[in-house]
Design a protein around this ligand. Structure first.
Ligand code: GLU
Length: 356
């Protein structure tokens, strides 16, 4: 073929290809990495109609292959970080996950990350990543309430929506998001509210960040607390976190639990207090003893919504306690564990609870 003819042919091929892509509305697909950690979304049972099952049985590739159309939304790569029920999620796995996400999002080849996770402790891992991921690219967590083998399994559509959100430029800069049952929620505010219902996650104080319906996203809110790129916590060289225990308060609670926690090496204690972070007099005295030994005590609440304020019924200024503000006990434990890497001063840690 003569040179001018070849140039003309190449030109025509490019024009035809551009035209057909535009006519079909195609643009280049986002590159999304799906990091799998296990949970019910990867769970399997012997039959479709039974409550008992084993978490973390199905691999990430099998999960992706089971979702029709998901590969039209994004160019997907799967990686197995762990395969556990989230009751077995550990700080070791969470550190590995956060480091891997930071590594992936630092490259130009990855536009967003999806993390599959069991729902039991999903809120803690979401909040941990919200504080330790150093990128404004979307990080979306997803789980399911029914195992992959169940009648009406909820995992496939949740995963489809999660990939759609992770590939959406509008999801950028909103911190770590959780997508389940059509709802997009923020890591700071969501909590698991039902042991079995598909609509288990709620954000009682802050509401929804948005909606994802069959991959079409609508964003309503931006989470207002600091996160990701504006967070001061850097785990790049961290290999373990200090021990922080949660102690549940109730009528006539025993103060021994607080003393026992201190004796066993806790550097921080979170009280899942009654009402506005309260506990009985004997336990307030035990917590004050713990503070005198250098342990940081945070008062949170076992009540599902509302804030815990300073000096309401407990003399925080006098006793050196920290009030958890909006954070529930399990998220207070995450923030306190990270805070203790930087400070043991209650005033400074209180400031962190007002910020994150
Ligand atoms: N224990 C399981 C887990 O958290 C069940 C909860 C779920 O994933 O729905 O992995």
């Amino acid at each position: 073929m003569k040179q001018p003819q070849r140039v003309l042919n190449i030109f025509l091929a490019v024009v035809v290809s551009c035209f057909s892509q535009c006519a079909l509305g195609q643009t280049s697909k986002p590159n999304i990495v799906v990091l799998a950690t296990g949970g019910t979304i990867a769970g399997a049972a012997a039959t479709g109609a039974q409550a008992s099952y084993t978490s973390g049985k199905v691999t990430i590739d099998a999960m992706l292959d089971a979702v029709p159309g998901i590969r039209d939304l994004a160019t997907l790569k799967g990686e197995q970080i762990a395969n556990v029920g989230s009751q077995d999620m550990s700080f070791e796995i969470m550190l590995k996950l956060a480091k891997r996400i930071n590594e992936l999002l630092a490259t130009n080849d990855v536009d967003g990350v999806v993390v599959t996770h069991g729902t039991d402790t999903l809120e803690e891992s979401a909040f941990f990543l919200n504080l330790t991921v150093k990128s404004d690219k979307p990080v979306v967590m997803v789980g399911s309430m029914r195992p992959s083998t169940a009648i009406s399994a909820d995992g496939p559509l949740n995963l489809y929506d999660a990939v759609a959100v992770a590939g959406d430029p509008n999801a950028k800069g909103r911190g770590v998001l959780v997508v389940m049952n059509d709802w997009i929620q923020g890591a700071h505010s969501l909590t698991k509210t039902s042991t079995t219902a598909v609509q288990t996650f709620m954000s009682p104080l802050r509401g929804l960040v948005g909606i994802s319906s069959y991959g079409k996203n609508d964003f309503y809110n931006n989470p207002s607390w600091k996160h990701t790129t504006s967070s001061e916590f850097d785990i790049s060289d961290v290999t373990q976190l200090p021990r922080v225990d949660i102690i549940f308060a109730d009528e006539d609670m025993s103060p021994d639990l607080i003393d026992c926690s201190v004796r066993n090496g806790a550097k921080g204690i979170v009280i899942a207090g009654v009402g506005n972070g309260n506990m009985n007099k004997a336990s307030v005295d035990a917590a004050a003893r713990a503070v005198k030994q250098g342990v940081v005590v945070v008062r949170s609440s076992r009540v599902p919504t509302g804030t815990v304020g300073r000096n309401v019924e407990v003399k925080d200024d006098e006793l050196g306690f920290v009030a958890s503000d909006e954070l529930n006990p399990q998220k207070s434990r995450i923030l306190l564990s990270l805070a203790l890497l930087k400070s043991h001063t209650p005033e400074q840690i209180q400031q962190m609870f007002a910020t994150y």
